[in-house]
Design a protein. Structure first.
Length: 415
């Protein structure tokens, strides 16, 4: 819980501060760069970190250390590649644009941001929650210092704000090497390690790409149809849910290795655990949402600034959308733990298409509020889809177990 609070704080608190300092228009550009990075991180997590969890959750000692060296090296290489992509995008857009400069800033930060996230995943795979919490604390300390210097110097730009946000991650990434006594091997061994997991990584990556591209298209639809100001209002409300959203996302790093160990050691399909986890997450989001329904108007006006007051009408649909999203987390993780990438990708595709169609249609007829309700429809459809697919996979698990041909991921993450 301490780790999740720190992880949420290193993203949510700066977002509140920068919304106030930058204003809706500049904050919209900041948000696009921020979303782009988290999209890239989601891909790295799916392609490398989750297959790593399948490989590392049930091993210890020298085997764990060897897997972790290669996986961390692969993550570092992936972060550098993403940085190159962001650099090209920033150069194409141009340094005269705030978004272009923001993407160039992300390009520099990307390797450190990716490695810091990996240390959290590695800590949980080794059942070392305190190490993960300490690493996030180092990020928070570095971030506080960077933001203090930034605000003392004067009015920050979007790019400077991103550097301040990511500075602590580089500090935590370096300290993580000492904490876990693991030096990343960013060499051919890391590349070979990643290639061996190519099949499951491809499905996991396709799933995350579908989800991430869907979120980016939602932002693009809002910006194109309604303008950057409405995009800033939309992102402000999303950031109100930053702490609970990051909690539900971050907690997956804890639950997935637990579920993998449960499946591998107890011959359980994990359905009950996944359902209980989803109910816990949905309940947490519901409780947080009730607080936001009361507090959001005041926060938007007093913290973000008076120009964000119109966003208060978006809070109710945001609460419902996040509840639906939280309710399908356990289903998605069960599919990942079983390495059922094809079913996972199919469920995500249906959920994303439902979301995009609903947002585009309702944004055209009812503006920003319509887009928000479109997200509710998409999230509800996604929840139904994921649980239907998961239940079907569970029945196949039972048939295979009864016939003596049950297949689960082995310690190397293969099927």
């Amino acid at each position: 819980m301490v780790d999740q609070a720190l992880s949420s704080g290193t993203n949510f608190v700066p977002s509140l501060l920068l919304a106030r300092v930058l204003g809706p228009a500049s904050y919209g550009a900041f948000s696009l760069a921020f979303l782009a990075w988290f999209g890239a991180l989601t891909l790295i997590t799916s392609a490398l970190m989750q297959p790593y969890t399948l490989a590392a959750a049930s091993v210890e000692g020298t085997v764990w250390r060897d897997v972790t060296k290669r996986a961390s090296g692969a993550v570092l290489i992936a972060g550098a590649i993403c940085g190159g992509v962001f650099a090209i995008a920033g150069a194409v857009i141009g340094t005269s644009s705030g978004l272009g400069r923001a993407l160039l800033a992300i390009a520099i930060l990307a390797p450190g941001l990716a490695l810091q996230e990996f240390w959290r995943v590695a800590s949980y795979a080794a059942s070392r929650a305190r190490t993960a919490a300490a690493n996030d604390a180092y990020w928070a300390i570095g971030q506080i210092i960077a933001f203090g210097l930034l605000l003392w110097h004067g009015h920050p730009t979007v790019a400077e704000s991103l550097f301040a946000w990511g500075a602590g991650a580089w500090l935590a990434a370096v300290i993580g090497i000492w904490q876990l006594s693991v030096m990343p091997r960013a060499d051919l061994a890391a590349v070979r390690w990643a290639r061996k997991r190519g099949a499951i990584s491809a499905w996991f990556t396709l799933t995350s790409m579908t989800y991430t591209v869907g979120l980016l298209i939602v932002a693009v639809i809002i910006a194109a149809k309604l303008g950057n100001t409405d995009l800033g209002l939309y992102r402000a409300v999303q950031n109100l849910f930053g702490p609970i959203q990051l909690l539900t996302i971050g907690a997956q790093a804890v639950f997935l290795p637990h579920l993998v160990r449960r499946i591998q050691r107890a011959s359980s399909d994990g359905f009950r655990e996944a359902l209980s986890y989803s109910l816990l997450m949905a309940g947490s989001v519901t409780a947080y949402g009730l607080v936001m329904l009361l507090a959001a108007p005041t926060i938007l006006t007093k913290v973000f600034g008076p120009s964000f007051a119109p966003a208060k009408v978006l809070v109710l649909p945001a609460v419902l959308a996040y509840i639906f999203d939280a309710s399908n987390i356990g289903a998605a993780l069960q599919l990942r733990a079983h390495a059922r990438g094809k079913q996972l990708a199919a469920a995500q595709l249906v959920a994303t298409l439902t979301r995009l169609v609903a947002v585009a249609a309702l944004a055209s007829t009812s503006g920003l509020l319509g887009a928000a309700w479109g997200l509710v429809i998409g999230s509800g459809g996604g929840a139904v889809t994921f649980w239907a697919v998961t239940r079907g996979a569970g029945r196949r698990h039972g048939i295979a177990e009864a016939s003596g041909h049950l297949r689960v991921a082995d310690p190397e993450g293969r099927i």
